[in-house]
Design a protein around this ligand. Structure first.
Ligand SMILES: [Zn+2]
Length: 525
């Protein structure tokens, strides 16, 4: 507690966050920490809704516009301007709540959350406090264990609506942080973009699986949200970000420990690492006879652990009160039921269905899920490919390309229809698997449809006897020894001649037909 009281200290730190210097006692290795302590998690996830306009005004939400061009008196908080709730955002909140098995509150008000940030023009954020729109749900997640997949139920405390802040950038320093900067710019285009915050109840009992449960929850919530079409949920672009709460207590203790909150973790891998490293850090603190401080922390991607931020505000520091400028949100039961009918097949149901339809075992399903490939494979199957061939191409060649380009499979420059066409060309014998990879390469490089690439690059399998016959004759003439062996009955020697034909045709020959021709011409068939 500072001289000025917690609230003021938080405010001062928010303006000039200092570099973390106190690393504390040496962390304890994860397995060893778990021998003594039991972790309890909580996740608070912010999801930016993909509505066309902002939460309380009609400004556009399109990303990447010139700074401060998507603003108006409402989102700049000019005196006398009045906010109006975006119906589409409420609809998105209710649909997500229903998909998370929540109850939808029949009546609730927005609240003002008061704190000062230079990128928040109102000096308060419109949020929901004690009257959230959705409460008491759950989301089942699956984690891999050495004994096979294991399911955990994560209880959802609430889903509430709020607005995003603007964005500050610090100019003149080497790090892009406020330290060393000569001045700061503020862009209010993001101010007022609708956000949903999804808060779990404490997750206890996961033990050593806690980091994996946290990751699986974030992945499942992302997939669920995406299936609803209410957000693009791209963690790397910040449209979904997780605050990860962790505490540990001695095994069998009746009370939970003091928690820390690691803010704005923005990849699934980092969610897992943030939980793991925080368990190790807190075990080190407790092991050294010190107390865990309730604070916010920042996850450092490059270090693989978090550093200390500021001491955590309590709810009373925010001076919440109902926003008098907004009417209460009171969704009718009829509307809620109508929205329930708009829910699509949710990811868990879809996984169970494709597992059965495609005859997958647990490992095959897991590979598809981990590669985030179910939707693209299904779309490829819809275009006529077999699920086996579609899975093979998406999980091998295309996954490799996506990793190289650091994009998701669905962002690759090839459509499921094009992938299905490549598969069809292979199964009808026009392409070998090797040629198919070249066609894929051409499509990804923007050379057109698969058939165009085959034509332009001359990739067809050579199987007509005229072209193939010439290559065979040449191979026989160039390797009389092998030819004699085949004539003498050593059919295995034909392999060398087939190899020569393949080489001469740059892999485009139909190897089976080439072998037949060789044997015919040498009188060995
Ligand atoms: Zn506006």
């Amino acid at each position: 507690m500072s001289l000025y009281g917690n609230g003021f200290a938080a405010m001062a730190h928010a303006v000039t966050p200092g570099p973390a210097t106190n690393d504390g006692p040496t962390p304890v290795a994860f397995e060893q920490a778990l021998d003594t302590y039991e972790p309890v998690l909580g996740l608070e996830t912010h999801i930016e809704l993909g509505t066309a306009s902002k939460m309380f005004c009609s400004c556009s939400t399109v990303f990447g516009a010139e700074p401060n061009t998507q603003v108006c008196p409402v989102c700049l908080a000019f005196p006398g301007s009045l906010p109006v709730v975006n119906e589409k955002a409420v609809e998105g909140a209710i649909r997500l709540g229903l998909a998370l098995n929540c109850s939808v509150a029949p009546w609730g008000r927005f609240a003002r959350k008061n704190y000062f940030y230079p990128d928040m023009p109102k000096n308060y954020q419109i949020s929901q406090y004690d009257e959230p729109i959705c409460v008491d749900g759950h989301l089942d997640v699956t984690v891999d264990t050495p004994d096979g997949p294991r399911e955990f139920r994560v209880e959802i405390e609430r889903v509430h609506m709020e607005e995003d802040t603007g964005k500050s950038s610090h100019v003149g320093g080497s790090t892009g942080r406020i330290h060393g900067a000569s001045h700061s710019n503020v862009d209010y285009n993001r101010a007022g973009i609708p956000l949903l915050e999804i808060v779990t109840k404490p997750i206890a009992g996961a033990g050593e699986l806690a980091p994996l449960v946290a990751r699986a929850y974030a992945a499942e919530l992302r997939d669920l949200t995406r299936s609803l079409g209410i957000s693009d949920v791209r963690m790397e672009e910040g449209s979904m970000r997780c605050d990860v709460n962790v505490s540990i207590n001695e095994r069998g203790a009746s009370e939970w420990g003091t928690r820390s909150e690691t803010k704005n973790v923005n990849s699934l891998r980092s969610v897992e690492r943030a939980v793991r490293s925080e368990i190790e850090r807190q075990a080190g603190v407790l092991g050294a006879g010190e107390r865990v401080v309730q604070e916010t922390r920042h996850f450092q991607e490059n270090l693989g652990r978090s550093t200390s931020g500021r001491s955590k505000e309590e709810a009373q520091d925010y001076r919440y009160f109902p926003d008098p400028d907004l009417v209460p949100v009171a969704p009718s039961a009829e509307w809620v039921e109508q929205l329930r009918t708009t829910l699509p097949e949710l990811p868990a149901a879809k996984r169970a269905r494709v597992k059965a339809e495609w005859g997958l075992n647990d490992t095959e399903l897991r590979d598809l899920v981990n590669a985030d490939a179910i939707d693209v494979v299904e779309a490829t199957v819809t275009q006529g490919a077999s699920s086996k061939e579609a899975r093979k191409l998406w999980l091998n060649e295309l996954s490799r390309r996506a990793t190289e380009q650091e994009v998701e499979l669905s962002s690759l420059n090839i459509t499921p229809a094009q992938v299905a066409r490549v598969i069809a060309l292979v199964s009808e014998g026009t392409l070998t698997n090797k040629l198919a990879r070249q066609v894929v390469e051409g499509v990804l490089a923007g050379e057109g449809e698969p058939d165009d690439v085959v034509e332009a690059r001359g990739l067809k399998v050579v199987s007509d006897d005229g072209a193939l016959g010439a290559a065979v004759d040449e191979a026989i003439a160039n390797d009389p020894d092998a030819a004699d062996k085949v004539r003498g009955g050593k059919v295995a020697a034909a392999g060398a001649l087939v190899g020569a034909v393949m080489k001469a045709t740059r892999g485009q020959a139909d190897a089976g037909r080439a072998r037949e021709l060789i044997l015919e011409k040498l009188g060995a068939s």
